[in-house]
Design a protein around this ligand. Structure first.
Ligand SMILES: Cc1ncc(COP(=O)(O)O)c(C=O)c1O
Length: 397
């Protein structure tokens, strides 16, 4: 582990009136302006200093003509993958995309046809549902199974049944949003083995790969069991370094033909990528942002521990398993015995906090809500104080 970086994550940075989705869209989504925002998956922290400096340099240059991401960015990504995941990739084996969601859209279109069955593991990141629906693919739901410790596991028998019945693709989420699992090597090996056996193409959405709190991230494509498998691995600096609005991500391939197909698909749809700010920020982050990231992970873990302690002591009917990755907490409100609509109403009206509705992640999210803790501690304290007020009215009367 690198030495801690002197970043003041406690600093409150006012994001109101900056066109921030998290802060300025609350009213549009929740019909209420005074909710405490703990929803959209970005952070209330400033990006690492080297990133800010790189962005300044682009501004100072002042010429914003057409741009393509440089080879040095590919090399920085290769070095990052090698250092962080022990994964050796070739700089040419990656294709830049303006976001992971658009990448998945094009990957689906490059390798499957209308009507084809695609597996997703629910509860899961909500745009996966929309991507399947808008592309008229058949959703095959492989529900995750909750362990007694609140830790979710994969229902391997159900997964195999979908594959036996002709699934063409699986969209994996590793680490998993919203349940916070970092899939282990053995779990991934099993998936890879099944996908190879039944000829199922894998989109592995690994956008949260750098936000590991416990254990290590294993890219599925790195495994020996995946060597004959078609895998497109989606990664980005956007979650890691809080650069989502710069819209840069990439897909890593272990198969050249597969990469060509995606690039053809993107070309046919006139989709390119070329923003000098995004390239400069990403390269600076991957080359110089590691100490900042280590400090961030410590801070986020502190927030997770804080939430855990307060829930256990003051709100024991709200269930919670510490995530192995991400800054997103999957809170279990089922003991309050509210319908999903009533739960959302209660969080808004009594709690005055904006959390993501569990149903956004599929029916498997019934009784849950997702809380974002990538913010200064003071922000988390306020959110929990609000939740406690609502809880006391409902439970401790
Ligand atoms: C699993 C997952 N994939 C993709 C995204 C979004 O990616 P992008 O903003 O690059 O489209 C998110 C954002 O929360 C996510 O959690």
């Amino acid at each position: 582990m690198k030495e801690a970086h002197p970043v003041n994550f406690d600093e409150i940075i006012d994001r109101k009136n900056t066109n921030s989705m998290k802060w300025d869209n609350v009213k549009a989504v929740y019909q209420n302006d005074d909710l405490w925002p703990m929803w959209v998956a970005d952070m209330d922290f400033r990006a690492p200093d080297p990133v800010l400096k790189a962005l300044d340099d682009v501004t100072k240059h002042g010429v914003f003509g057409y741009h393509h991401p440089p080879h040095s960015l590919r090399q920085a990504i290769r070095d990052w993958a090698s250092r962080r995941f022990g994964w050796e990739i070739k700089p040419e084996a990656l294709t830049f995309t303006p976001g992971v969601v658009p990448a998945i859209h094009h990957l689906i279109n490059a390798y499957t046809d209308e009507g084809d069955g695609i597996i997703i593991q629910t509860p899961v990141y909500h745009p996966f549902f929309a991507l399947l629906q808008s592309n008229r693919r058949t959703l095959l739901e492989n529900r995750l199974v909750e362990g007694e410790d609140g830790k979710y596991k994969i229902d391997v028998d159900d997964l195999e049944t979908h594959m036996k019945n002709g699934a063409k693709m699986i969209i994996l989420c590793n680490p998993h949003n919203p349940v916070g699992r970092v899939w282990s090597e053995s779990e991934l090996a099993k998936i890879a083995e099944l996908c190879t056996r039944y000829d199922v193409t894998v989109i592995s959405d690994e956008i949260h790969a750098d936000l590991i709190l416990q254990g290590n991230h294993t890219p599925l494509a790195k495994l020996e069991e995946a060597k004959n498998l078609q895998v497109a691995t989606c990664m980005a600096p956007s979650k890691t370094f809080n650069l989502a609005s710069l819209q840069l991500s990439y897909v890593i391939f272990n198969d050249e033909e597969m990469q060509k197909k995606l690039e053809q698909q993107m070309k046919q749809n006139f989709m390119g990528i070329g923003n000098p700010y995004a390239s400069a920020a990403a390269e600076a982050a991957y080359r110089h942002g590691e100490p900042w990231l280590e400090a961030l992970l410590d801070y986020v873990q502190g927030n997770v521990n804080y939430v855990n302690e307060r829930l256990q002591k003051e709100m024991p009917s709200i269930g919670f398993a510490k995530p192995e990755a991400t800054y997103l907490l999957w809170l279990d409100f089922r003991k309050l015995e509210l319908t999903q609509d009533d739960l959302q109403d209660w969080l808004r009206k009594e709690g005055k906090i904006a959390l993501n509705d569990g149903h956004m992640f599929g029916k498997a999210g019934s009784g849950f809500a997702r809380m974002n803790v990538a913010a200064p501690r003071e922000h988390i304290v306020e959110g929990l104080n609000r939740l406690k007020t609502a809880y006391d009215k409902k439970v401790n009367i």
